[in-house]
Ligand binder design. Structure first.
Ligand code: NAD
Length: 257
């Protein structure tokens, strides 16, 4: 039986992924703020280290899969916390658990990014310098120009940086035999999306935009893609980003290939 770690395992896409993996016969170690196998606050360096240590302890240093899914939505009015959870909460776990994945069987990892990753480029990403220097103390200032929409700016910046982080690791991870990809969901019906719909700044635009397929995604639909990417049928899939958004990105940016 293979063992996979899922962060953000108690809600939304993470919970659906945990359920799908279990149904497929895999052991799952869930990580979340509460109610999970491993309880940790991924917004802090201590919490991220505690999560890595607790997972290594539980899996005896050998892991077959990792899904970095925990995240906060753009409605959260704390850019530093959004970047800490959505970027560092994923990348520090990827890096911290890489040695255990190398020791696993057919190992693979998936980071949950977002279609928002393509809302800016690395060259215009306000946290690119922080990512490269490792000093995240200036995040608030870096996104301040977005005013009351700084949460959205920080969210897109963190997801863009996460997708770049995965691509940057493709050579080293590929050589080590550990596949690593991102999924980039559009609007998926979860508590995170519903909080955005209820937010006075974002609610109208979220409710007013419908993907070409005419609905939001379901968490289990994203989980299906993640399970595929972790499994042997995706054996040559590495360093790639999979948009899963009901056609929204194609409708908004038809020439962006
Ligand atoms: P959700 O709110 O249902 O689940 C997020 C999970 O992350 C929760 O279980 C929460 O407790 C956990 N989490 C938050 N902060 C944490 C912290 N500091 N430490 C540990 N765990 C923490 O949301 P979701 O929609 O299922 O989101 C899952 C991922 O999918 C996120 O990374 C999100 O950015 C991404 N995503 C979601 C959508 C969408 O429309 N729902 C779209 C694109 C990307």
């Amino acid at each position: 039986m293979s063992t996979t770690v899922v962060t953000g395992s108690t809600s939304g896409i993470g919970a659906a992924t945990r359920a799908a993996l279990r149904e497929a016969g895999h052991a799952v170690v869930g990580v979340d703020l509460s109610g999970a196998d491993v309880t940790a606050d991924l917004s802090t360096a201590e919490g991220r280290q505690r999560a890595v240590d607790a997972v290594l302890d539980r899996c005896s240093g050998r892991l077959d899969g990792l899904v970095a899914c925990a995240g906060l939505g753009p409605h959260v009015d704390d850019p530093a916390r959004i970047v800490a959870v959505n970027y560092l909460g994923a990348v520090d776990l990827l890096d911290g658990l890489f040695p255990a994945l190398r020791a696993g069987s057919g190992p693979a990892a998936v980071a949950v990014s977002s279609v928002a990753a393509a809302h800016l480029t690395w060259e215009t990403n306000p946290i690119a310098a922080a990512v490269d220097s490792g000093d995240f103390s200036g995040v608030e200032k870096a996104v301040a120009s977005a005013g009351e929409y700084r949460g959205q700016f920080a969210y897109a910046a963190a997801k863009n940086a996460l997708t770049v982080a995965v691509r940057r690791r493709a050579v080293e991870w590929g050589a080590a035999g550990v596949r690593l990809n991102t999924v980039a969901p559009g609007a998926v019906d979860t508590p995170l999306l519903r909080a955005g719909e209820d937010d006075p700044r974002y609610g109208a635009s979220i409710r007013g935009f419908t993907a070409p397929l005419g609905r939001h995604g379901r968490p289990d639909e994203i989980a299906s893609l993640i399970v595929y990417l972790l499994g042997p049928h995706a054996g040559f899939v590495h360093g790639a980003q999979f948009v899963i958004d009901g056609g929204a990105d194609a409708a908004l940016r038809p020439h962006a290939v």
